[in-house]
Each structure stands twice: as structure tokens, then as C-alpha cells.
Design a protein around this ligand. Structure first.
Ligand SMILES: NC(=O)c1ccc[n+]([C@@H]2O[C@H](COP(=O)([O-])OP(=O)(O)OC[C@H]3O[C@@H](n4cnc5c(N)ncnc54)[C@H](OP(=O)(O)O)[C@@H]3O)[C@@H](O)[C@H]2O)c1
Length: 234
């Protein structure tokens, strides 16, 4: 996997930062995205990579990241759509501006990034997309209506994308975790304690597992992960 090129969104902390750390370890050339440049620099730790800060809801930013990646590294092997926003709000209190923000970040932006990167992923002959959804891609939790809608949508478009492109050499996977101990869960589920939580590094290990499987005949379309304190197959 040395010198393969990966674009990762939301690389400035939490799950994105842990995935970046794991991929640096494998020798990937990384393109780190996020709004906060200082946070992305902390992930990069002065290692050789592209730091491209911006808002993924801005189409021109997303397009420019793909263009800059190809200009700098010549190809794209892996796209990880990790950036996301959560909510904790009563259904009737959600404004349509908040609805748009969550849907644009969690669905529209990954959709556009995949769309822009796919010609390059296809060209490598073994491109990979990994989209970070959530258990809410399958279940509805109170106070998370838009978040659940967005993660159902992310799962849905990834399913269609993987069917459309698998014969063309591109695999698209989804990782759907339960509570991971990051800033997001501290804000969206303040009722949860840190005990028994999934770690960001566990998600990074799952990404590595999917990549190791890339050259064998067995494919995991979606990997669901739950906290050890939750019952299995919920
Ligand atoms: N934590 C959980 O329990 C959990 C469970 C299941 C799924 N997930 C999913 O895992 C992914 C990562 O979440 P996390 O837990 O690591 O949360 P996090 O620490 O809050 O990270 C979210 C990341 O998304 C980026 N982001 C948000 N809006 C953006 C925008 N408009 N433009 C560019 N970047 C934006 C943030 O970048 P900046 O900091 O630079 O703004 C941040 O790095 C999300 O998709 C989330 O839905 C999380």
C-alpha cells in the first residue's frame, strides 16, 4: 500500500485523525481535509502530505481538492468520507437551515467527492471508497431525525455506487459504528459515559482490515460495530 493516494475528510480530529495516523503508518500519501487547518496540522505532525482546509459543503472546494490531489500525486486510490455533523434536537425544533447543513455535510458532500474522484479511482484498477455512516443508518434514535435520515442516505447511495462500479474495479464500503468516544458523541450524546465506548482507533483498524481484504475474493460491503455494553444484532 506504500505510495497509494488517499483523500480523507474530517481529518482534524476524532475518527478521521485516527484513520490518517493508521494510513501514514502504511506509507499512504495523504490528502487531509477539514475546516480547521490548525487541527489538520496536528494530525499531520509535519509529515509529508497535502493539507487542504475548507468547508465540504462548498462544491468548488471539493472539486479543487480532487484537482490538487491529481496535480500533486497523479492519482487517487482511496477516498474516505468521514466528516460529519450530528444533532440532538426535538423534531419540531429543527430549522430547515439545520436540516440543510446536516444533509449537505453528511450526504451531498460525500456524494460529490465520490463523483469527482471516481474517474481516477477507476483508472487505478482497484480504487476504494470507504464511507463512515453510523448505527443510525439502520435505526432511528429520538432527537436524531435528520442525522438518521442523512446516514440512511449515505448507506443507500454507497450501496448503489458499489453495485454500479464493482465490475469496473472500484469497491465501495460502509463502516457503521455505534458510540465512538470523540468530540461528536460528547456533544450529541452527553448522557453516555466514556466507559465501554468504541475508540477512534477501532474504526481505523476496521479501515485497515477492509484495505487488507482488497486483494482477496472476499468482500465486506458494510461493517457494523457496536459498543461491548450493547446487545449484539440490535
Ligand atoms: N462519534 C460517534 O459516536 C460516531 C458514531 C457513528 C458514526 N460517526 C461518524 O463518524 C464520522 C467522524 O465523526 P467523529 O466522531 O470523529 O466526530 P468529530 O470529532 O466531531 O469529527 C467530525 C469531523 O468532520 C469535520 N467536518 C464537519 N463539518 C464539516 C464541513 N462542513 N466541512 C469540512 N469538514 C467538516 C470536522 O472538521 P473540523 O473540525 O475541521 O471542523 C471534524 O474533523 C462522522 O461522519 C460521524 O457521523 C461517529
Amino acid at each position: 500500500m506504500k505510495n497509494k493516494v488517499c483523500i480523507i475528510t474530517g481529518a482534524g480530529g476524532g475518527i478521521g485523525s485516527a484513520i490518517a495516523e493508521a494510513l501514514f503508518g502504511l506509507g499512504y500519501k495523504l490528502v487531509l481535509m477539514g475546516r480547521n487547518e490548525e487541527k489538520i496540522k496536528k494530525t499531520a505532525k509535519d509529515r509529508d502530505c497535502l493539507i487542504l482546509a475548507g468547508d465540504i459543503c462548498d462544491d468548488e472546494y471539493v472539486r479543487s481538492v480532487v484537482a490538487k490531489t491529481v496535480e500533486t500525486y497523479g492519482s487517487i486510490d482511496l477516498v474516505i468520507n468521514n466528516a460529519g455533523v450530528a444533532q440532538s434536537q426535538e423534531f419540531c425544533d429543527i430549522t430547515m437551515e439545520e436540516y440543510d447543513k446536516i444533509m449537505n455535510t453528511n450526504v451531498r458532500a460525500p456524494f460529490l467527492l465520490c463523483k469527482e474522484a471516481l474517474p481516477y479511482l477507476e483508472k487505478t484498477g482497484c480504487g476504494t471508497v470507504i464511507n463512515i455512516a453510523s448505527v443510525t443508518a439502520h435505526k432511528g434514535y429520538a432527537l436524531q431525525s435528520v442525522y438518521a435520515a442523512s446516514k440512511h442516505a449515505l448507506l443507500g447511495f454507497t450501496k448503489a455506487l458499489s453495485k454500479e462500479y464493482y465490475k469496473r474495479g472500484v469497491r465501495a464500503h460502509v463502516i457503521s459504528p455505534g458510540g465512538v468516544f470523540t468530540d461528536m458523541v460528547k456533544i450529541s450524546r452527553p448522557d453516555l459515559s466514556s466507559e465501554g465506548m468504541i475508540l477512534a482507533e477501532d474504526i481505523a483498524e476496521t479501515v485497515l482490515y477492509l484495505l487488507k481484504m482488497r486483494n482477496c475474493a472476499c468482500v465486506a460491503d458494510e461493517i457494523e460495530l457496536h459498543r461491548e455494553t450493547k446487545e449484539p444484532f440490535m
